[in-house]
Design a protein around this ligand. Structure first.
Ligand code: ADP
Ligand code: ZN
Length: 352
């Protein structure tokens, strides 16, 4: 039995992230301890529901909740307006009130969709995150960003909405396909790259336990989010590798998984900074060896013009300028506002 780790996030209304094996069985008592009661709506996808819905439901029932569930098909296409409305209608049909609670049981897709539903149902109902992917555990379940996709692009409608609690049962990663685990590792490596060289050493040497690894990422994300709850500045560091990643995802017609795209994005931007003599080569070596270790790609299959043109369409590029996170050494980075010419130069240097 591992010890449960706890990180407090102080953004907006404070909440805790708990990380440990077997926490799904404690969902009921943990929620009750926060004063939550009444009805519980568990939103999950078909894969995750088959594995874990019964356990969470049993835990919530034994804590006195009246439990209902809403299961969506797995995959990004479920982050839709149709599913959002279907969840809201389902909650209303079943007479959910603002004091009841929505539980997101699954990866980022379920968390984003269920979180947005919780944000808008009766202008905000209680929300608990139960992330079951490494990616959701270290990234999307913390920070309060919720969203659905629109036809024009991903995450185009959403809200900042904080959960009451995040319970991360690391034992659920045992059933995660290898590729999904690697995807999460790209975001883990990202944290080390932009601000925590010591963490990169630990990941390189191994054998950190999974709870410590997740906790270290969550602690970094919590710190960044606390400084910038509404995504105006500091949070931009979390976009390390993501500008190029978004281009790679788009160019692949969204067939390249997010984590693989982030891996490529980190490699390209780090290589660019090394080639521009703005970053020491050691940072690049450490990154490339970590990507290899966790079965992640580092070569970009697209050319300078393709990447540049798609990047210009990215929603984060406002008023002709784009803010990039540029590595300067192992575990160190800076934010830099670039104009289109500088952006093209960086992409060119990164793809050399
Ligand atoms: P992410 O968290 O990476 O953003 P998703 O929510 O799409 O992405 O989850 C990725 C895939 O992994 C989905 O097909 C989902 O059903 C599946 N999945 C999520 N958690 C688990 C788990 N613990 N075990 C097995 N499969 C899982
Ligand atoms: Zn990401």
């Amino acid at each position: 039995m591992t010890v449960t780790k706890k990180i407090d996030v102080k953004a907006g209304k404070p909440y805790s992230v708990k990380i440990g094996k077997g926490l799904l069985d404690k969902a009921g008592e943990e929620a009750k301890a926060l004063g939550l009661d009444g009805k519980a709506l568990i939103v999950s996808d078909d894969n995750v529901a088959a594995l874990y819905l019964e356990r969470v439901s049993a835990s919530l029932k034994s804590a006195g909740f009246e439990v209902l569930s809403f299961v969506i098909p797995h995959g990004e296409s479920s982050k839709s307006a149709e599913n959002l409305l279907a969840i809201l209608e389902f909650a209303a049909e079943n007479a959910f009130s603002r004091t009841d609670t929505f539980f997101a049981l699954g990866g980022g897709v379920v968390g984003d969709l269920c979180g947005f539903a919780a944000a808008v149902y009766m202008r905000g109902t209680n929300f608990v995150q139960l992330p079951t992917t490494l990616l959701a555990a270290v990234d999307s379940s913390v920070g309060g960003k919720t969203a659905i996709d629109l036809t024009a692009g991903k995450n185009l409608a959403g809200a900042f909405y904080q959960p009451k609690l995040v319970l991360c049962d690391t034992a659920t990663f045992d059933t995660l396909p290898d590729e999904e685990f690697s995807n999460g590792m790209a975001e883990v490596i990202k944290y080390g790259m932009f601000c925590d060289g010591g963490f990169l050493d630990i990941l390189t040497e191994s054998n950190t336990d999974i709870e410590s690894m997740v906790a270290r990422c969550v602690a970094i994300k919590a710190r960044v989010v606390e400084a910038d709850e509404f995504d105006k500045g500091e949070r931009m560091f979390l976009n390390f590798g993501h500008t190029i990643a978004h281009a790679v995802e788009a160019l692949s017609g969204y067939t390249t998984p997010h984590g693989s795209a982030v891996a490529i994005g980190m490699a390209v931007i780090t290589k660019a900074c090394v080639n521009a003599n703005e970053c020491d080569n050691h940072a690049l070596e450490v990154l490339i060896s970590l990507l290899k270790k966790y079965n992640l790609p580092s070569e970009c299959p697209y050319g300078v013009d393709e990447v540049y043109n798609v990047t210009l369409k990215d929603k984060k590029n406002a008023h002709g300028m784009i803010t990039l996170v540029l590595p300067t050494a192992k575990g160190k980075s800076i934010l830099k506002k670039c104009d289109y010419n500088e952006l093209k130069e960086i992409i060119t240097l990164g793809l050399k």
